[in-house]
Design a protein around this ligand. Sequence first.
Ligand code: ISJ
Length: 410
Amino acid sequence: MKTHLLQAYQSKSSALSEHQVFRIVLSAAVQHNVPVAFWRKPNGTEKEGIVGFCNQLPYKQVDLEEMGSGFVLGAFESKERQAYVIPADLYFKSNNFEFSNFGNGRSTSSDLKTAFGQTLDQMLSDGIPESALQSEFHVSTDTPSHLSQSHFEQIVSQGIQGIKDGLFKKVVLSRTKEATLPANYDVVENFFTLCEAYPAAFVSMVSVPGLGTWVGASPETLISVDENQVFRTVALAGTQAKGNQTTAEARWAQKEIEEQALVGRYIINCFKKIRLREYDEQGPRTVAAAHLLHLCSTFAVDMQSANFPQLGTVMLELLHPTSAVCGMPKEETLAFILANEGYDRALYSGFIGPVNIEQRTDLFVNLRCMQALKGKAVLYAGAGITEDSEPINEWKETELKMETMLKHIQ
Ligand SMILES: C=C(O[C@@H]1C=C(C(=O)O)C=C[C@H]1O)C(=O)O
């Protein structure tokens, strides 16, 4: 069903570039204080976008089979699948710029919808205003604390000691880093550049009142359920710089092989808990993510033949936070992270992605990401710590991971 706004938009959109359309939508969302998300799926050809007509973002338990269409934002510290959900009141794709209006079944604010539509119409007829050209975005009021190298290395040492003392087997420790954003920083341009640079990543830009603006290029699927009801997840861990080698040439040390095997075993244990035996496991093999290489195994389940229609939701609850971003066992390492890391991870290492759009759900682990603030960005990265870890090497690994975003903002 088409609204007045969508018809007006479609008739005029042909004269606009792809960049301009995304700029206009972001600018209107900021003006009306509503949430917006843009993304491009791994190896996808289209960029997609969602706007929710609500000033207060719903925070609820994610039930993939029950939910309407939307974009989910789960924090690292999310219990029982609680997450923010941007309802797909407006959804569009860059290949044809057809807007779909999914909001009909939901009680959207019709005032907001009308006002948003008028703003779009105005921009289309009067030209794009300065604010849209600069790609203004929602800014969070909470700035995460900045941690020193010595603090990070110290918690890594504590983590290694925890493993030696038998408290846990593996823990993932993370940190932040601040970078200055150039005066002409343009978040839409940043999103487009990342799409171009990282075709195999899930590239996203979400801008939400209160939560602020997050940009990322994640290499890691948490949960996907496709149109044929096939469930997929991955065990991704182990990191090395790619350099000039091909993925086939990469060699892995025992430490990385064990680190990744732990993540795989964790997924298999989750399947065991729910008595699911019919899964297909492939790998591990080496995969490239930007300038880095990781080890990755993939798991797939045909939900129809397994007779498990709720597998996506059940696995979201069991998997998050996985041992790729938290540790093994989950409870002990989560408590260690919360007590020692010294900052709030917020959406970093949480889960993000579109739900029930064109009969698919694709949730990713929010990695290789940053938060855009006024004049600066906060980058986030972590590294899996095992008994054989060296604190300085783990610091270097987080520096390397942060390069994924850093390279494209300066
Ligand atoms: C924690 C991050 O990445 C995760 C940790 C990895 C590792 O410890 O080797 C590798 C890939 C990701 O599963 C991150 O990018 O911040």
